[in-house]
Design a protein around this ligand. Structure first.
Ligand SMILES: [Zn+2]
Length: 291
């Protein structure tokens, strides 16, 4: 894939004449790492160019760039925007592009601090996400799923207090992974994968978490260790939503997951192999659309 995002000369000039100029190539690299389609990369860069043009007019420095300034751009400038062609004006595009820009700036320690990121859990999640992205090279979707599960785990243990791993017990890790409502083997696999990933991250910063990691329950009856990797998009979405929903709804979703895994277990050897290799799906289930 080309490393150059081709944009019209006008947005390119807006970027080059702005405080964002040193971050243009890093922004492009960030989008490529996130595996955005070439057209989305171009659209997002043009959105950032629009923001850059406004920043220049408002004489805003890099240190002022954050969620609040982005919101001001959308609320104050956009309704009255008369910037020349080919300016991008779709709000959802601008919002998404600005969120990516803030990730790039914060990875470099630049920009205003988001008030919502002042809690210890939010800061920890930001570090964890940056590590998954920059060191392990994980895709956006995987990082979002793991961050959401780890965020629920940390909030359940610490709320808005500092994170102290020694306060977590092996028993509470098991309780979180297994849930209160008899989660399916597939759901447990996704959750213990995310928590195990977080513990590996903590191990790198010298925390003695190996005992906790050893306490993560494993669904030992799986016939193949890689089963969680084939959980469908829908299954994963359902699982993630279950963290935010009341108990009866969680139970329905767990039941749906269990039905999926039972269908796999009922399949014979060759059929199972096809399922795990991604060439077939259990009867009654449909393959998710490829992203
Ligand atoms: Zn404008």
């Amino acid at each position: 894939m080309s490393k150059v995002i081709v944009v019209h000369s006008q947005p390119r000039m807006w970027l080059e004449d702005s405080v964002l100029q040193p971050y243009v190539s890093r922004f492009g690299a960030h989008l490529r790492r996130g595996r955005y389609a070439p057209n989305t990369q171009r659209v997002y860069l043009c959105c950032v160019a629009h923001f850059a043009h406004w920043l220049t007019g408002e004489r805003c420095g890099l240190s002022s760039i954050g969620e609040a300034l982005g919101a001001r751009f959308l609320a104050e400038h956009m309704p009255a925007c008369s910037c020349p062609y080919p300016v991008r004006r779709l709000r959802h595009e601008l919002r998404a592009a600005l969120a990516q820009l803030l990730e790039v700036l914060r990875a470099d320690g630049v920009g205003a601090l988001d008030p919502a990121s002042e809690t210890a859990v939010a800061q920890e999640l930001a570090r964890f996400d940056a590590h998954m992205r920059d060191v392990w090279g994980l895709a956006d979707n995987t990082r979002r799923q793991r961050s959401r599960i780890v965020g629920a785990f940390l909030l359940a243990h610490f709320g808005d207090q500092p994170i102290t791993m020694s306060k977590i017990s092996t028993a509470s890790v098991r309780r979180f992974v297994l849930g209160q409502d008899g989660r399916s083997a597939g759901s447990i696999g996704v959750i213990d994968g995310a928590i195990g990933c977080y513990f590996r991250f903590r191990t790198l910063s010298d925390d003695r978490v190996s005992e906790l990691a050893a306490g993560i329950p494993r669904a030992a009856h799986w016939r193949l260790a890689s089963l969680p990797e084939v959980l469908t998009d829908t299954e994963i979405d359902e699982l993630l939503r279950s963290f935010d929903e009341p108990f009866p709804s969680r139970r329905r979703r767990a039941s749906s997951s269990a039905r999926f895994w039972r269908a796999i277990e009922d399949a014979d050897g060759p059929a199972q192999e096809s399922i795990f290799c991604g060439t077939a799906w259990p009867a009654g289930f449909y393959a998710p659309a490829r992203r």
